[in-house]
Design a protein around this ligand. Structure first.
Ligand code: AP5
Ligand code: MG
Length: 227
């Protein structure tokens, strides 16, 4: 039996990590693990973890390493293969993952490269339904609350998609995740993929890179490119 596939998807806030990780996971039969989605679910449930992390995520700050590392280790322990979206974000988190999995435990880390002005626009237009979780794009930045066509839930800006929180998140990416990218590159694990263009175009680029690096082209080539 072949070893399970383990992929990391990194990239600036709004670069399309969630959009592309979801497609990749479906295409490869892997589990999509998003630390941001997981924390938001805990906040919505009002759990102790949710109360701990909400003070960080609402203002756009990073959740402390020890909290995130414990959550991710628990979530991935029993999974055969995964696409990790949004973890690691610091060198300490990356080292914890490598220590837990061993030297060959990560197959590839993909960084989606999208310029700052484009991610700021994407984030300012993003709206999320509090009922079904569907993401949509608002026609203008000042278009705020409306009802979801699919479930009737409330469609609104994510709490960390304010101007101030976006600024902090992006500065943390350079300051905290920049060194992680250098470290992953030194391990020979990092590839950078152009994240601009349509979601289908980005997926096709990811497909090409992952197929080449992991020699699993047929599985992805057969997968639908929408969704
Ligand atoms: P998280 O939820 O991971 O947020 P993020 O990193 O800020 O990234 P986003 O989810 O905003 O963007 P994305 O890259 O997923 O893009 P998406 O596909 O949605 O984390 C939230 C918070 O949790 C963190 O700030 C932190 O507090 C905490 N946290 C999480 N992990 C942590 C960790 N490891 N350590 C510490 N703290 C942690 O796309 C964005 C928008 O663009 C959408 O509207 C989408 O429809 C649109 N879009 C996507 N692709 C395209 C395209 N090709 N063209 C046009 N629009 C596109
Ligand atoms: Mg996301």
């Amino acid at each position: 039996m072949s070893a399970p596939t383990r992929l990391l998807v990194l990239g600036r806030q709004g670069s399309g990590k969630g959009t592309q990780s979801c497609r990749l996971a479906k295409a490869l039969g892997l589990t999509h693990v998003s630390t941001g989605d997981l924390f938001r679910r805990e906040v919505a449930r009002g759990s102790a973890l949710g109360r701990t992390v909400s003070t960080y995520i609402d203002k756009g700050a990073l959740v402390p390493d020890d909290v995130v590392i414990e959550v991710v280790m628990n979530q991935t322990a029993d999974l055969a293969g995964w696409v990790l979206d949004g973890f690691p974000r610091t060198v300490a988190q990356g080292q914890a993952l490598v220590n837990a999995l061993g030297d060959n435990g990560i197959d590839l880390a993909v960084e989606l490269e999208v310029p700052v002005h484009q991610v700021v626009r994407r984030l300012s237009l993003r709206r999320v339904c509090d009922g079904c979780g569907a993401t949509s794009v608002a026609p203008t930045d000042d278009d705020d609350i409306r009802l979801c066509n699919a479930c009737g839930g409330s469609v609104a800006r994510r709490p960390d998609d304010t101007v101030e929180a976006i600024e902090l998140r992006l500065s943390n990416y350079d300051r905290m995740t920049g060194p992680l990218l250098i470290w992953l590159d030194s391990l020979g694990l990092l590839v950078t993929v152009d994240g601009t263009g349509t979601a289908d175009e980005v997926f096709d680029r990811l497909h090409a890179v992952i197929a080449e690096r992991l020699l699993i082209g047929d599985e992805i080539a057969d997968a639908p490119t929408t969704g």
